[in-house]
Design a protein around this ligand. Structure first.
Ligand SMILES: [Zn+2]
Length: 259
């Protein structure tokens, strides 16, 4: 797996999605998130990555797929989460212009819907409940102010994103699907919790001889914003978008395998 990841690495610090595929910040996140869980992160693998993510930030403040592309919430999450795999989440401002990023992100929630759009001048879409909401989760964990309405997002999910026959969707009039079910539900979870970063990371070495870590988050229920007790859901790891502690267990498993 490590050799394959390295084979997808490009000279400018990015990654390709596959051997002949496109290079973008989504591939960066997929690679780093997988490598972190598998305990195979190394300086060699991540060399130049932060600079690449930095170059993907646009004049609007968000992050695009690759340098020069339009800011887009899916790529914004991928870039921000990749930085939070590599660095203390309180220090991502060392690598992107955090003020302009927050300004762009704060313009994603629309009224009266309460949902998020993924790009400037686009409509709200349920999947951005996570792509934007997940950015807020990481920023909040890193000590940034909460500049959005968690109750309004939950109302959008509960009233607009539930398909009558089950599953979750982009918006009324659009069919439910697995992709939107996953990210609408993840966004609903994000809106019910408050994440903080506990300042710790595991400093164990992996068998590739370098370092490994899994930044640790703490979570607490944000009762103030729970709009309906019947719709309470569990917390997530805000970097890996996995049920709470599942990513940590997976990482611990591969650390033990190395030992
Ligand atoms: Zn969508």
């Amino acid at each position: 797996m490590y050799a394959w990841f390295l084979s997808l690495k490009t000279e400018d610090g990015g990654f390709r999605m596959n051997s002949t595929g496109e290079e973008d910040v989504r591939a960066v996140y997929c690679c780093l998130a997988s490598a972190a869980l598998l305990n195979i992160l190394t300086p060699e693998l991540v060399e130049g990555v932060a600079d690449y993510v930095s170059r993907c930030q646009t004049y609007e403040g968000g992050i695009g797929a690759s340098p020069g592309n339009e800011a887009h919430a899916g790529y914004a999450f991928c870039g921000l989460a990749a930085l939070c795999i590599l660095y203390d989440p309180r220090k991502v401002g060392d690598h992107i212009d955090l003020d302009s990023f927050v300004e762009w992100l704060s313009q994603r929630q629309y009224q009266p819907e309460g949902g998020f759009s993924g790009r400037t001048n686009k409509l709200v879409d349920g999947c951005y409940c996570w792509w934007v909401g997940g950015c807020w989760a990481l920023l909040e964990a890193g000590g940034q102010p909460v500049l959005w309405s968690k109750p309004d997002l939950q109302k959008f999910v509960l009233s607009c994103c539930q398909a009558p026959r089950g599953g979750l969707r982009d918006k009324p009039g659009v069919k439910q699907d697995f992709y939107h079910s996953c990210y609408v539900l993840s966004g609903l979870s994000e809106a019910q919790y408050r994440y903080s970063f506990d300042g710790g990371s595991e400093e164990k070495h992996n068998k590739l001889g370098e370092w490994s870590f899994m930044y640790k988050f703490e979570v607490e229920h944000d009762e103030v914003v729970l709009v309906d007790d019947d719709n309470a859901v569990g917390p997530l790891n805000p970097v890996h978008v996995l049920p709470w502690q599942m990513g940590e267990q997976m990482h611990a498993f591969y650390v033990a395998v190395d030992d």
